[in-house]
Design a protein around this ligand. Structure first.
Ligand code: NAD
Length: 371
């Protein structure tokens, strides 16, 4: 059993606080029934940090986060902070953490739970049993590479531009994460770019091919153009296991894949950095995909399952506790199968519960599964 693994808990704002409080009950359950102990610290981030300290992330919280093995994050943001300067907005806290910890690998699973198969806009036979992983490069490409900007032109017009640049090491390190993930899943990687029209895509395909030959012979790898991948995700998503792609395509394709599953309240994510030289653990942050949902905050309406599933990813990817991760995921599936639903995933014939009610339903399933 792992113990004394350092976890930094950052609930953030709005429903982040509520879903994290629910998550703590799952953590307490694991401590009590599975002797699973974490060395946990809690900090402020986003609007709550701005309210207390005038900044969305203090140096101290950043240092504590960097020193931890994993960050469990809720959500940040709120309309009361909309008028703040860009550097003080709640979301800056999140972006600073990602950047300072060089969290370059963004993992977004798209899983369709049996009980929610009819929540998808796609037909049951297309999405039933879906379980794929979109791996998006998070620190390079169009959102960061230079030159980028808006220039005034001599003719009085303006020109906005971004650069989609990737270097060999940037492609190799995300490629390695893809192979590692595939080894823990169904052994298949689809590398996605647009090498038909982009130089960065040509290099991406070449480097992935070489990496596959050198380090991934146990993995089945194919290549696909990003536009075709978007079509295939909607036509036949179950053909995929791990999709690895750049920052821009990953942003679009992960949102597309997410919607196959039906609800924002169900979507977990992980952002990983390079493994630490001493511990071998990657720097990592785990967070639900959804935001702080100000429209439902403070009303016991938030679905906590994306938070629980993010925590399960933390168990699996940061601490190698697959058994406990499986338990949490099975308990989530069980709670849904029992007919309990928060408002966002409510369906005819089901029983509507709040955040607390859903947490209790998951804990009851964990009790059952542990028997
Ligand atoms: P949102 O994800 O907060 O909410 C979108 C819609 O989905 C809302 O109607 C909300 O009620 C619903 N929803 C979201 N999560 C839910 C859950 N767990 N259970 C039930 N319903 C849920 O996105 P938004 O409204 O565009 O943004 C609100 C704030 O959150 C903004 O300040 C935005 O910048 C911020 N945001 C933060 C993150 C993050 O912290 N990672 C991500 C996205 C948005």
């Amino acid at each position: 059993m792992a113990s004394n693994r350092k976890v930094m808990v950052l609930p953030g704002d709005g429903i982040g606080v509520e879903v994290m409080a629910a998550n703590m009950k799952v953590i307490d359950w694991l401590a009590k029934h599975k002797s699973l102990d974490f060395d946990m610290s809690e900090g402020l981030v986003g609007g709550t940090s701005y309210d207390a300290h005038g900044t969305p992330l203090t140096d101290e919280t950043l240092a504590d986060s960097v020193a931890s093995d994993a960050i469990l994050f809720g959500a940040v943001g709120g309309p009361q902070y909309d008028a703040l300067d860009f550097s003080l907005k709640p979301e800056r806290g999140l972006l600073t953490l990602r950047k300072e910890m060089d969290l370059f690998a963004n993992l977004r699973p798209a899983i369709v739970f049996d009980a929610l198969v009819d929540s998808s806009t796609l037909k049951r036979e297309v999405v039933e049993g879906l379980n794929i992983m979109i791996l998006r490069e998070l620190c390079g490409g169009s959102y960061f590479a230079e030159p980028r900007g808006i220039d005034d032109q001599a003719d009085g017009t303006r020109k906005g531009y971004d650069t989609n640049a990737y270097s060999t090491p940037e492609i190799e390190r995300i490629g390695r994460v893809a192979f590692d993930l595939a080894r823990k899943r169904n052994g298949k990687v689809t590398s996605v770019e647009k090498s038909n029209v982009m130089y960065s895509g040509i290099l991406w395909r070449e480097v992935m091919t070489e990496l596959h030959q050198a380090e991934g012979s146990d993995i089945e790898m194919g290549h696909m153009y990003a536009d075709n991948c978007a079509m295939q995700l909607v036509r036949n998503p179950r053909q995929f296991d791990v999709i690895v792609t750049d920052n821009l395509f990953g942003d679009l394709l992960s949102d597309c894949a997410a919607m196959l599953t039906g609800s924002l309240g169900m979507l977990p994510s992980a952002s990983l950095g390079l493994p630490d030289a001493e511990t071998g653990l990657p720097k990592a942050m785990y967070e639900p995909v959804h935001g702080s949902a100000p429209d439902i905050a403070g009303q016991d309406l938030a679905n906590p399952l994306a938070q629980f599933l993010s925590f399960a990813m933390m168990l699996r990817y940061s601490f190698g506790q697959s058994e406990e991760a499986d338990l949490v995921e099975a308990a989530v599936a069980g709670a849904l199968a029992s007919g309990k639903r928060t408002g966002d995933i409510m369906a005819p014939g089901c029983e509507q519960v709040g955040t607390e009610g859903m947490a209790q339903a998951v804990l009851a399933e964990m009790d059952k599964l542990a028997r």
